[in-house]
Design a protein. Structure first.
Length: 175
């Protein structure tokens, strides 16, 4: 096990915004300052111009993390009642496979979210990839958190709301 990111070590990783503006949307994450993530993932989602997602993603780790002795990821969060996605990556391709797992939050309730590695879905742009290799636990290259109007395969996220959002993240660890 071990901590990948926590508020107490916020400077350990650089983060970037990954909002729907890359596809013409107008959603906006407002919580990163100069690549620093304070633990509050927040902003506004909008669906104009085919938009509807906001996200943050770490820059590639300097050295990929070997988590082969771990069973999953654990997030300590306090959310707004919406469904978010935790994403792990095992390659360095910017648009490579996004290993994704959705989780629901309870409004203003601190919770521990467990994401077993076996439950991660290999996806690309919310489409499930089939027949590929398993997640490479020897090569964790970055992590990501997103809020999207889409679940998988074109289905809508049942707990998505247009407008302000927040997910306070205390820590991201492996177990």
């Amino acid at each position: 096990g071990g901590t990948i990111w926590s508020k107490s070590r916020a400077n350990d990783l650089q983060w970037g915004v990954l909002d729907d503006g890359v596809m013409g949307g107008v959603s906006e994450t407002t919580s990163l300052i100069d690549g620093m993530f304070s633990g509050e993932f927040s902003g506004i989602t909008r669906t104009e111009n085919n938009g509807g997602f906001a996200g943050i993603r770490t820059k590639l780790f300097d050295v990929a993390k070997n988590i082969e002795n771990c069973s999953g990821f654990e997030l300590q969060v306090k959310g707004d009642g919406q469904r978010y996605k935790f994403i792990a990556r095992d390659d360095t391709d910017w648009n490579g496979t996004a290993w994704s797992c959705s989780f629901d939050t309870k409004k203003d309730e601190t919770m521990i979210v467990k994401v077993p590695i076996k439950d991660l879905k290999p996806t690309k742009f919310a489409r499930i990839l089939r027949g590929g290799p398993a997640f490479n636990k020897k090569n964790l290259t970055c992590v990501q958190i997103s809020l999207s109007k889409f679940e998988y395969e074109g289905a809508l996220n049942p707990n998505f709301n247009v407008g302000p959002f927040y997910l306070n993240v205390e820590s991201i660890s492996v177990y």
